[in-house]
Design a protein around this ligand. Structure first.
Ligand SMILES: *Cc1c(COP(=O)(O)O)cnc(C)c1O
Length: 346
């Protein structure tokens, strides 16, 4: 790691240094994709994608409201309109049927979020997109390493976005992201958009930005990526431990162990979520509510008329507990005891 850092500093190739291309190739190989492009963050990955798809202002993109704000705000920043689709009652994602019902005359794309590391049903979703002639963008910020039928997510759609924010499955030392596609023409457009809309200097062809991945981050990611499979195994072991030892009750349900899940989050559903959260806080156990409010209930996207009952209910019940690879066996045990005893005390 220190070598990677020192080499970059010595070479002073801080922008577009050789490590960027090297990491891009390594990342594309890992996923089994043709093209990977390093970018400045997961948010910028999404923005650069929507700036590159050739859509018209006002075109609509279907998206879940149960996600991080960047999923939907990137659509808006590119002049497009997010249309929120309720999630399925028994999952954290909208189903293909729910997306299908939301398709209108202006719908051009689906932004599919593989939330918490859970794979969407890619058979149903890709069938829908080819039926209705919709572009499919995958938001894989939380799902690097997630698989559907043995194939990595991020390789099913037209193009996908990844984040290397430190809390994701692969984190760099700051902000970073990647865009992945098998479409050479789209990759070339995105490369242009990533660097001010100019394929070569003083040859500006379209509106772009500065969406580059720093050479330093790429050099660090090159060293870290080979460790990803180990970390994913750790996450899986932590999930298996919780699923074995946590006791579901009338008021507490555990997440489903879906094949290919990469467990970026382990999310409980509790009817007494706020009390349970307080109990964990009091015992010094890290926890987080993803997400306390769906996007259509936040001021920017507020739509008083829009009622999406499943997601609104889930926002009151979801609670994520620690699952990161560095979690120790003692910590796991303590977390399980603390939650089980809370449930018994009612
Ligand atoms: C983290 C995240 C992003 C944004 O990634 P950054 O690298 O933090 O900009 C986008 N979408 C989802 C679903 C995320 O979880």
């Amino acid at each position: 790691m220190n070598d990677a850092f020192d080499e970059t500093v010595k070479s002073c190739a801080f922008i577009n240094g050789p490590a960027v291309k090297e990491f891009e190739e390594q990342f594309a190989n890992y996923l089994g994709a043709e093209h990977a492009l390093g970018v400045s963050s997961g948010t910028d990955a999404l923005l650069a994608i929507f700036m590159s798809l050739g859509l018209e202002p006002g075109d609509e993109v279907l998206v879940t409201p149960f996600t991080f704000v960047a999923s939907a705000s990137s659509i808006v920043r590119a002049g497009l309109k997010p249309v929120f689709v309720d999630i399925d009652e028994n999952s954290f994602h909208p189903s293909a049927e729910q997306y299908a019902r939301a398709v209108g005359p202006k719908t051009k794309a689906i932004l599919l979020v593989h939330l918490f590391g859970i794979p969407n049903d890619m058979d149903a979703i890709t069938a829908l997109c080819s039926d209705r002639n919709l572009l499919l963008v995958e938001d894989c910020a939380q799902s690097l390493g997630t698989e559907w039928n043995g194939q990595k997510v991020g390789t099913f759609g037209d193009v996908s976005a990844f984040s290397f924010f430190p809390a994701k499955n692969l984190g760099c030392f700051g902000d970073g992201g990647a865009i992945v596609t098998n479409n050479a023409e789209l990759a070339s457009t995105i490369r242009t958009v990533r660097s001010h809309g100019a394929p070569t200097k003083y040859n500006t062809q379209m509106v772009g930005g500065n969406f580059r991945l720093d050479t330093l981050q790429a050099a660090i990611l090159k060293v870290l990526l080979p460790a990803l499979p180990q970390w994913l195994t750790k996450r899986q072991e932590n999930a298996a431990y919780y699923l074995k030892h946590l006791r579901p009750t009338a008021t507490l349900s555990l997440p489903e162990s879906i094949e290919g899940h990469s467990w970026n989050q382990f999310t409980l559903l509790s009817n007494r979520r706020d009390e349970l959260k307080q109990h964990l806080d009091e015992n010094g156990i890290g926890n987080a509510v993803y997400y306390p409010l769906p996007l259509h209930k936040q001021p920017l996207f507020m739509d008083e008329m829009l009622v999406l009952p499943n997601v609104e209910k889930l926002c009151n019940h979801a609670l994520s507990i620690p699952i990161y690879p560095g979690l120790t066996e003692q910590e796991r045990e303590f977390i399980v005891q603390t939650i089980n005893s809370f449930e018994e005390q009612r």
